[in-house]
Design a protein around this ligand. Structure first.
Ligand code: AMP
Ligand code: MG
Length: 491
């Protein structure tokens, strides 16, 4: 039996200017480290066959499966605010698309599978550490219920990659609703190729926003759709303490998924200005800046779409501004609704927003762990004697003062303590991919070829909202000497 991928490729049928045809570069000794078996099944692939030697060769880019039409996608992008007219897949190759069990078209892409015409000075390769990081964090995001690209497999190539040190090379198989980015539109906009922008927009509408096919003004509606999905996505990030780290326009997905996990991280202690990425010196992509940056990126998308809005430029600009204006409202509504759930409020009352903000302010002041404070608040809702939430605060009296007001507020609602606790536990995870854990897993894999810690972490993170008393340490914040202060890009 050979591995069969039921490819149905639509992106490679677009005009030649959209991509470069390029095959992955064969590697010497591919070895499968991890196959995401449930995802394989979801994609209509046979997990047993993918675990054979032939499967590993495909997932490493050594063998191109039948029906694949390998391409590197073209895109541009603003990197830290600087426009680069040509980026493109420099180390990723799209094998093709399959229709999953829910009827959703999904890209299957190899990341780290060799150079492409877009590689510029890069080697087209990925090191094992960043591949494992992306695997862990993207699958954790999925388990948290947040739109994201996913990881089908990780393989090591048997070849070294040279970074600051020599590291094992690896390939990640990434699965996405699509890999179309704000930067994909920018690639054509800077070339003033309005036909290509229209082709791309039509492709995106058909693929990601089919409800808009018959809209009166489909391109306006498309912009509104992307604005809404991004606003909701960023709210979801903030509600779990996620920091993407490199929100460049080329890392901003049109389908509304989290994409391009580089120096991303979850914060431990709540700190709105938290930055982890070593390259984000100005804090452009700090935790609390993410909504503002998303809107900035969407404004770049709007600029690309203007030629499709009509011939009167001023009118088009006014319309685009109008659509972008909805971002703040959609974001705030999603964020505030999420926060209300996190503190166990079933209804909306005047004063709620201030009550919640006061908690966040106290958390910041007291270096309270973001994840544990909310999780343990759920316990406190269930049992007034539970005091682990309080223990997150350097000055527990700050919590007590707030908790008194919170108890008065929840007492206005009819739900029982048990009901409230269950509702809170359903939105406040116990387990997030804590930085120190991710780093430890990577060290064990890279230094000792030991994947047991990786397997265990992935397993725990698959059920982030379940208590899993057999793994208590995974919920713990880092000890002072375990704290990871900086994360690094995958390059
Ligand atoms: P990223 O920071 O991973 O989003 O990548 C930004 C750009 O650099 C994209 O065009 C990537 O394809 C390219 N790139 C990153 N790493 C490499 C590499 N090792 N080789 C070639 N291109 C790369
Ligand atoms: Mg990128």
């Amino acid at each position: 039996m050979t591995v069969h991928f039921p490819f149905q490729n639509s992106y490679s049928a677009l005009p030649d200017s959209f991509f470069a045809r390029v095959a992955p570069t064969p590697v010497s000794a591919p070895r499968l480290i991890k196959l995401n078996r449930p995802l394989a099944v979801q994609l209509g692939l046979d997990p047993d066959l993918l675990e054979t030697a032939e499967g590993a060769e495909i997932l490493a880019g050594k063998t191109v499966p039948a029906g694949a039409d390998p391409i590197a996608m073209a895109y541009a992008g603003h990197q830290f605010g600087q426009f680069v007219p040509q980026l493109g897949d420099g180390r990723a190759i799209l094998l093709g698309e399959v229709i999953d069990r829910d009827g959703v078209r999904r890209d299957i892409q190899l990341k780290g599978s060799g150079p492409t015409p877009f590689s510029r000075r890069g080697d087209g390769r990925a090191a094992l550490g960043p591949v494992l990081r992306e695997y862990i964090v993207s699958e954790a995001m999925f388990a948290l219920g947040i739109p994201t690209t996913r990881s089908l497999a990780a393989v090591i190539t048997g070849e070294p990659v040279i970074r600051e040190t020599v590291l094992p090379g690896a390939v990640l198989t990434r699965v996405a609703a699509s890999h179309i980015r704000v930067g994909t539109f920018q690639f054509f906009a800077v070339r003033r190729d309005t036909d290509a922008i229209r082709r791309l927009a039509d492709h995106v509408i058909t693929r990601h926003y089919p409800d808009l096919l018959h809209a009166e003004r489909p391109y306006h509606a498309l912009l509104a759709g992307v604005v809404a999905r991004q606003a909701e996505l960023i709210a979801r990030w903030l509600l779990v303490g996620f920091i993407h780290g490199v929100m460049n326009t080329d890392n901003s997905s049109i389908s509304g998924e989290t994409i391009d996990y580089g120096p991303c991280a979850f914060m431990d202690a709540y700190n709105p200005s938290q930055v982890f990425s070593s390259i984000d010196e100005m804090g452009r992509y700090a935790y609390a800046n993410q909504p503002r940056i998303a809107l900035w990126n969407l404004t770049r998308l709007a600029e690309c779409l203007l030629p499709l809005f009509g011939d009167e430029q001023e009118k088009a600009i006014a319309e685009a501004q109008d659509i972008l204006g909805a971002f703040s409202e959609t974001f705030s509504a999603a964020y505030q609704a999420g926060l209300r759930k996190k503190v166990g409020l079933f209804t909306e009352r005047e004063g709620d927003e201030a009550l919640i903000q006061d908690l966040l302010d106290a958390m910041a002041k007291n270096q309270a762990d973001f994840t544990l404070t909310f999780r343990k608040l759920g316990d406190a809702a269930g049992d007034p004697a539970a005091n682990d939430a309080r223990a997150q605060f350097m000055d527990p009296a700050a919590f007590d003062e707030w908790a008194k007001r919170w108890r008065e507020r929840i007492a206005l609602e009819p739900q029982s303590a048990t009901e409230r606790q269950a509702a809170m536990h359903a939105v406040n995870p116990v387990f997030i991919p804590r930085n120190h854990r991710v780093e430890a897993v990577i060290q064990a894999a890279v230094n000792d070829d030991n994947y047991a810690p990786f397997e265990e972490l992935v397993k725990v993170l698959a059920k982030p909202y379940a208590d899993q008393p057999e793994y208590p340490a995974y919920a713990d914040p880092p000890l002072p000497d375990q704290r990871v202060l900086q994360t690094f890009c995958g390059t």
